[in-house]
Design a protein around this ligand. Structure first.
Ligand code: GLA
Length: 355
């Protein structure tokens, strides 16, 4: 199919104006001087969509999603959701902190995924649009909500810059020792939503190692080199080139759904760089986090109709969830996700688009 930048506008704000658990939800639109637009809703802190210019200057919708909030309410693939209190899996839905065992809701095989049943993606956040390019969302996750200890005050700042970057800053404090691992679950298709799958996108990940998993997608605890495996994206490679390789890890994940151990962290060296083969749009991800879950939408059900009228089939889009490693609370040699009273959790990830 020829490259066809989809008809391009963000959803109507009115399609996100609802009362959920008695609280008002809205759509917040950020716009920069280069014409890029981003939409965020305070329901679940979802990144609803983003329009960026392609090489001909045509706006292209690079984050897949739904036209209205009802789409978000009936899906379970976290399209652009804020993930918390703990991104990715915790084995058997339990962990021990300061000698006390905590039990979480088990929602993924034997494990707890993405914060449990009514995780942060179901909550209505307090929004404050600061200016045309900035919106903040705040949420108080109460002590023992979803089984996690401590009143956790969370603030997320979404900022669009004039060089077409979305910067997400997460801040949190607690009044009891707890664990926290926040991320965003945007799914990208840099050819524009509605333009088939992402298998020909070219991906580079600055990770010499990854954390292999068992058959329930919990890290085995080993940190293994990617060299010589389909997980080696240290040089640019088509996402689809090795996705069907005879490899146990790819079988467990039904494709890529793995945590990459980032070599460098910070604002100057991208953790990942991806280019849409048809649009030429490049996405660079910068983060201070130690890991990135690269997920090729392997469990997308194919039953939801996305903007652009397409079904959410496997590999329609991919996610790059910057975060601490899955199951860190049970794997003491992984970087710690513990947050204590008096400490400030602060982390930042930037998604920068260019042509
Ligand atoms: C993460 C997980 C996947 C899947 C998606 C959401 O990427 O690792 O297995 O749960 O979130 O569907």
């Amino acid at each position: 199919m020829a490259y066809n930048p989809t008809a391009i506008k963000l959803p109507d704000a009115s399609a996100f104006e609802r009362k959920i658990t008695g609280r008002q939800t809205n759509l917040y639109v950020l716009q920069n001087n280069a014409g890029m637009q981003v939409a965020i809703t305070n329901f679940g802190g979802y990144l609803v969509g983003a329009l960026v210019p392609d090489k001909k200057g045509k706006l292209t919708s690079v984050i897949i999603g739904f036209d209205n909030i009802e789409g978000l309410l009936k899906q379970e693939s976290y399209y652009g959701a804020t993930i918390g209190r703990y991104g990715n899996r915790i084995a058997d839905g339990k962990f021990t902190l300061e000698g006390k065992e905590y039990r979480l809701f088990v929602n993924n095989g034997p494990n707890s995924l993405h914060g449990g049943k009514y995780n942060f993606s179901y909550r209505v956040w307090e929004a404050n649009q600061i200016d045309a390019k900035t919106v903040t969302l705040e949420y108080l996750s109460e002590d023992m909500e979803e089984g996690y200890p401590g009143n956790l005050k969370v603030k997320i700042t979404y900022q669009l810059t004039d060089d077409n970057a979305i910067t997400i800053t997460y801040e949190a404090t607690t009044d009891k020792t707890t664990i926290v691992n926040l991320t965003n679950h945007a799914y990208f298709n840099l050819n524009g939503e509605g333009n088939e799958d992402i298998l020909n996108h070219v991906m580079q990940i600055a990770a010499d190692n990854y954390t292999p998993v068992n058959n329930t997608m919990i890290p085995t605890g080993k940190i293994e080199p990617v060299k010589g495996t389909p997980f080696d994206f240290t040089n640019p490679e088509r996402i689809g080139k090795r996705i069907k390789a005879d490899n146990e890890q790819l079988k467990f994940g039904n494709g890529y759904d793995h945590n990459f151990v980032l070599n460098k962290r910070g604002a100057h060296s991208p953790a990942a760089t991806v280019t849409g083969d048809k649009s030429g749009i490049k996405l660079e991800v910068y983060t201070d986090q130690p890991g990135m879950q690269f997920y090729t939408g392997n469990f997308m059900p194919g039953t939801n109709i996305l903007r652009g009228g397409v079904k959410d089939k496997m590999c329609t889009a991919f996610a790059m969830e910057t975060q601490h490693f899955p199951d860190s609370p049970n794997q003491p040699h992984f970087p710690s996700t513990v947050l204590k009273p008096g400490e400030i959790y602060k982390t930042q990830t930037t998604y920068k688009f260019s042509v």
